[in-house]
Every structure is written in structure tokens, then in C-alpha cells.
Ligand binder design. Structure first.
Ligand code: GLN
Length: 473
């Protein structure tokens, strides 16, 4: 088995026993990229020399010592590009500092290696909104890998990376992990520093790992968590050893099944796989409990007001003055702003900025933004109430398997609706994981299905415990 297709756990054992070196792993990942990235399009850029130099200095006594990690291209790593999948940052931006999450990775001995393709500014669910290249699903090259962390998921599933970081604002870690057949964890809002993550919607964004196994996700989470004084929303709470959740039983754990989630409209194969997953968990001793999340129907519309509102404010900084694309065609200052943004942003980003500016504008603020904030509170309260009687909540991660490239290109609304199960988790700030739960056949090809497990605030431990028990079963 190639090193790039191994888990962190197994590589660490072989590193510690000196059977392999960090250099061997970087070289193996580099050759996998060399051989297959033209086909998959998962990486935008990668610097082998830099990673090898870091590999030679890796501290093997650290828990992630010598492990290369692919980084979504919206997280700053000193001296590397950070394009956010946008022309806006393509030519003239090099990260001058390490993000908080990158400093944590380094402190654990890991080596940031490679920049993963993504939907522009993390807006999308297919990675087709990248300004640079298409990323393909390793299970079927004619299909999307999901998004916006599509490069991060495709690389892990296609064995071009051991593990990667993604970011999740409305599903962008969990959904591509589900569609590619790997594990994707979005921690509780505030668990991991957002310092150095280019902001999309600041009240929703969270960084997290995409891995081959639940245990690897626990290992990465251990490294990434903790208060960062440079991110005022990062939480100063104790960080348990998440690897202790691995290998535990789940007897007596109450599993909430929201009745609003198991309705028509879900792909029949996805429904069937999730039902089988529930039976499996029951066989392991978990107790299914029907619950209600009554405001599920307003989740998507609430998100598509709040996220664009925050994005329109966050993206105002790309004005072609301090950094970002600068138009050379402008004759005056106003034109300078207009043309720089017109040329630099792609269509989906423009759509979000327009939506966000509209819902925040005077006369519409109360009708849209304020109302959405109220709906967000109701959604959060739904979860609070449900968690009085259950330990975790289960659902499909995505209502459908990966669709064909281009299938939803002209139908943004249909694409937004695909986020129905992931978005409420961000609105409520909860931890959620996607684990593979089988496949469905389309055109003779097996496409992965993801099971989403959502936990109470800061209870990643139980989420990982259930996910791991399921994965082993
Ligand atoms: N698909 C959602 C969107 O387009 C979520 C993206 C994300 O989580 N970054 O906004």
C-alpha cells in the first residue's frame, strides 16, 4: 500500500519504528500528485522542496510528527499562495503569516503540504465555482467531488493526500467528504481558531479535518483545538483527548432521528443506506428516538440570508487597493473599485454579494436580515430541546449522491437546497461529522453515501465515539 493511501495512525507507527521517514511520505504524496493531479484537479499548487525541508526537521516525538497535511486554499500558510479559488487573489497575494490552525498543526509536528482547490471564497457545493480548475470525484471522474472543500476531499479519497484541512460554513467539509467517501468533521463553532482563515461568513465558518478514518479525525482534532488570542470567538475550554473516543462501545446511547429529515425528496438509495446505518447502530446497543426539529423548513432560506450578508461585508476588503486583483482599465477611483471587483470575482461570489447587500440595505434589513436572525435562534432552540432527550442526532449528510459535473450549473437554487441537512448544524454552531455508510449505484458505478452525526455543543467526543463504532461495525 502506498504511503499516501495510509492512515495517519499507521504512518505514525511506521515512523516511530524508523521503518519509514517523513521524507518518504512527502515523496510518496508528491509522486501521487505528479501522477494523478492532472486527472483529479485536487491540488492547485504544491511545493515539494519546502515540504521535504520541513520533513527533514520534523519532530517525531510529536503526535503528528512527520505527517503531511493538505491545506484548503483559504487558510494562510507563510510564504504560500492563498487564492481562495479566486482570480481576486491569484496573482499578487502571498500569505505573510501562518493561520492559528497551521501554527497548531506545526506544534504537533505536522507538515502543511499543498493547496487544495475549492469553490471561490468557499461559496458552493461542487468545487465548480473555482476560478482555476475542475476537481473530479475519484469514484467517478464525470462527477463533482462536492464542495466547497472539494479538493481536500478528492485528494484524501483519491489517495493524493493522507489527510487535509477544509472549512465548513454550511456543509463544506461534511458534504464533499460524504460525496467522495471519506470522513469530514466540522467542530463546534469556536473550537478551532479562525485566525488566518479567509472569512466567508464569520459567525458560521469553522475549520476541520478531512481524513480516511474517524481515528485520524480525532488525532487531527486534538492538534487543532484550543484558545487563540487572535480569534476572539475561539473558546477557552478544556480539550479532551479525542482519541479516547476510539474503540468505545455505544450501548445505551440515544440516537435522535428528526422526523422532518426523513421525508420525500431524498434519493431512495441514500435513504436506504441511512436506514441500514440506523439498524447497525441499534444492533450495537444504541437506542433510536424520534425527535422533532420543527424549523427545519426555514434552515436553507435563513442561511442564504445570513451567510451572504456576512460575506458582503467580509468581501468588501477586496477593493484592489491594499491587495487583490487591481484593474488596469480604470480612469478614476470609483471605476477602480468597480472594475477591480468586476474582473476579480466570479458569478457565484457576485450573486452572494448582491444578495447580502440587498438583505442588509435600509428598508429590507428588518424584513430579511433581522427575521433570519430570529429564525436562527429558533433553529438553535430546536436542537437544544432535542438534545434534552438524545445524545446525538443522525441524518444523511447530503440528500443525493454526487451529481454529474455541470448538472446544476444553471440552477443555483437547486444547489442551495442540497445543503438542507448540513446548514442547520452551522446555524446552531454544533459539531457534526460525516462518515461513509455504503454506496448507491448509478450508471453502473458505486457512489458513496455519507451519514451525518451531530452532537451537543463541544461534544465532539460523543460524535467521534459513535462515528468510530459505526465505522468499525
Ligand atoms: N454550499 C454552501 C454554500 O454555498 C456551504 C459552503 C460552505 O460551507 N463553505 O454557501
Amino acid at each position: 500500500m502506498s504511503l499516501a493511501s495510509s492512515t495517519i495512525t499507521s504512518l505514525r507507527q511506521r515512523l516511530v519504528s524508523k521503518e519509514i521517514s517523513p521524507r518518504d511520505i512527502v515523496q510518496d504524496v508528491a509522486s501521487a500528485i505528479q501522477a494523478q493531479n492532472d486527472m483529479l484537479g485536487a491540488y492547485l499548487t504544491w511545493n515539494v522542496e519546502k515540504a521535504l525541508a520541513e520533513a527533514d526537521k520534523a519532530d517525531l516525538s510529536q503526535p503528528l510528527g512527520g505527517i503531511p497535511i493538505g491545506i484548503k486554499d483559504n487558510i494562510n500558510v507563510t510564504g504560500e499562495p492563498c487564492t481562495c479559488g479566486s482570480k481576486m487573489l491569484a496573482e499578487n497575494y502571498t500569505a505573510p503569516y501562518d493561520a492559528g490552525s497551521i501554527l497548531k498543526l506545526r506544534a504537533s509536528g505536522a507538515i502543511p503540504f499543498g493547496r487544495m482547490n475549492m469553490d471561490e471564497f468557499a461559496m458552493g457545493s461542487s468545487t465548480e465555482n473555482s476560478a482555476f480548475q475542475v476537481t473530479r470525484n475519484p469514484c467517478d471522474l464525470e462527477r463533482i467531488p462536492g464542495g466547497s472543500s472539494g479538493g481536500s476531499a478528492a485528494a484524501v479519497a483519491g489517495n493524493l493526500a493522507v489527510a487535509t484541512l477544509g472549512s465548513d460554513t454550511g456543509g463544506s467539509i461534511r458534504q464533499p467528504a460524504a460525496l467522495c467517501g471519506c470522513v469530514g468533521l466540522k467542530p463546534t463553532y469556536g473550537r478551532i481558531s479562525r485566525y488566518g482563515l479567509v472569512a466567508f461568513a464569520s459567525s458560521l465558518d469553522q475549520i476541520g479535518p478531512i481524513t480516511k478514518t474517524v481515528e485520524d479525525a480525532a488525532l487531527l482534532l486534538n492538534a487543532l483545538c484550543g484558545k487563540d488570542l487572535r480569534d476572539s470567538t475561539s473558546l477557552d475550554v478544556t480539550v479532551p483527548d479525542f482519541t479516547q473516543a476510539i474503540g468505545k462501545d455505544i450501548k445505551g446511547l440515544r440516537i435522535g432521528l428528526p422526523k422532518e429529515y426523513f421525508i420525500s425528496g431524498i434519493h431512495a438509495g441514500v435513504s436506504a443506506r441511512v436506514k441500514e446505518a440506523i439498524e447497525k447502530l441499534e444492533a450495537l446497543g444504541a437506542i433510536p428516538v424520534e425527535i422533532s426539529l420543527p424549523h427545519t423548513d426555514v434552515g436553507v432560506s435563513t442561511y442564504y440570508i445570513i451567510a451572504p450578508a456576512e460575506a458582503s461585508a467580509n468581501l468588501a476588503r477586496f477593493d484592489g487597493v491594499r491587495y487583490g486583483h487591481r484593474s488596469t482599465a480604470a480612469n478614476d477611483l470609483l471605476q477602480h473599485y468597480q472594475l477591480s471587483r468586476e474582473e476579480g470575482f466570479g458569478p457565484e461570489v457576485k450573486r452572494r454579494i448582491l444578495l447580502g447587500t440587498y438583505v442588509l440595505s435600509s428598508g429590507y434589513y428588518d424584513a430579511y436580515y433581522l427575521k433570519a436572525q430570529r429564525a436562527r435562534t429558533l433553529i438553535r432552540q430546536d436542537f437544544e430541546k432535542a438534545f434534552e432527550s438524545v445524545d446525538v442526532i443522525l441524518s444523511p449528510t447530503s440528500p443525493t449522491p454526487a451529481h454529474k459535473l455541470g448538472a446544476l450549473k444553471d440552477n443555483p437554487l437547486a444547489a442551495y437546497l442540497e445543503d438542507v441537512f448540513t446548514i442547520p448544524v452551522n446555524l446552531a454552531g454544533l459539531p457534526g461529522i460525516s462518515v461513509p455508510c455504503g454506496t448507491v449505484e448509478e450508471d453502473g458505478i458505486q457512489l458513496p453515501v455519507g451519514l451525518q452525526i451531530v452532537g451537543k455543543p463541544l461534544d465532539e467526543y460523543t460524535v467521534l465515539r459513535v462515528a468510530d463504532a459505526f465505522e468499525r461495525a
